[in-house]
Design a protein around this ligand. Sequence first.
Ligand SMILES: NC(=O)CC(=O)C(=O)O
Length: 281
Amino acid sequence: MNPLKLALIQLKVGANKAANLSNAKNLVLKASQNGANLIVLPECFNSPYGTQFFDQYAEVIDNSKHSETISALSSMAKEAKAYLIGGSIPEREASTGNLFNTSTVYDTRGNLIAKHRKIHLFDIDVPNKIRFIESEVLSPGNSTTSFDTPWGKIGLAICYDVRFPELAMLAARKDKVKLMVYPGAFNMTTGPLHWEALLRARAIDNQIFVAGCGPAQDLSASYHAWGHSTIVGPDGKVLSSCEFEETIVYADLDSKAIDEIRTSIPVYSQRRFDIYPDVSS
Ligand SMILES: NC(=O)CC(=O)C(=O)O
């Protein structure tokens, strides 16, 4: 099997949903023309990121009746003939009206094959820096997500979920994922402090590939994103990254690298679950 060519689209997101979708489409097609097999968009890619926007931009995700964004993503994947992780969007659950931060995944024919609702909501208050309380308007998801591809299983979670190592470990050990993908949107406070460190930590913990895809920075928006979309190898080295601008970050992922690091530094098989089977209390 040839390596998986991964493309992270660091999209510039604005207030106009139709423009965001059309911009995403252009860059998805560009990534596929450059040979990408799996293309990723950032967290909240069809709407500005902010609790004040989620209700206005929310869409129902329904297999039989596709929303504007779901239809657009499905067509993009089909036209690109690539797997597509559609960043995330504000989702409205039809039966309850509850809102979620939700990522959807499409195969090369445009079929919706997986859906992840952000499990850990971004509730932080750093004095004089940033206060963001997603739980004021969003409900949390309650399940982990992985999906099959010809390159093996891929795990999916969203942004703040990266801070919780248990999720990636579950995916790596139970689902045997080779790559964990996080559409994200860190900011100018938490980005420089933690973004790359967390992505590298999840890769080193589990000896898998890890990717985080953020939006480009827009200083006229209320939320100043950190950008820095990054792909990390199973040995913890950054394979590819960028800064703040709209761009596409690529890397070729060969699963042989996972076998090599697990053989040379075998922590994957040296874990002592007899000593720490449950650390929840
Ligand atoms: N946007 C997020 O969910 C998370 C984030 O910015 C952070 O953890 O920092």
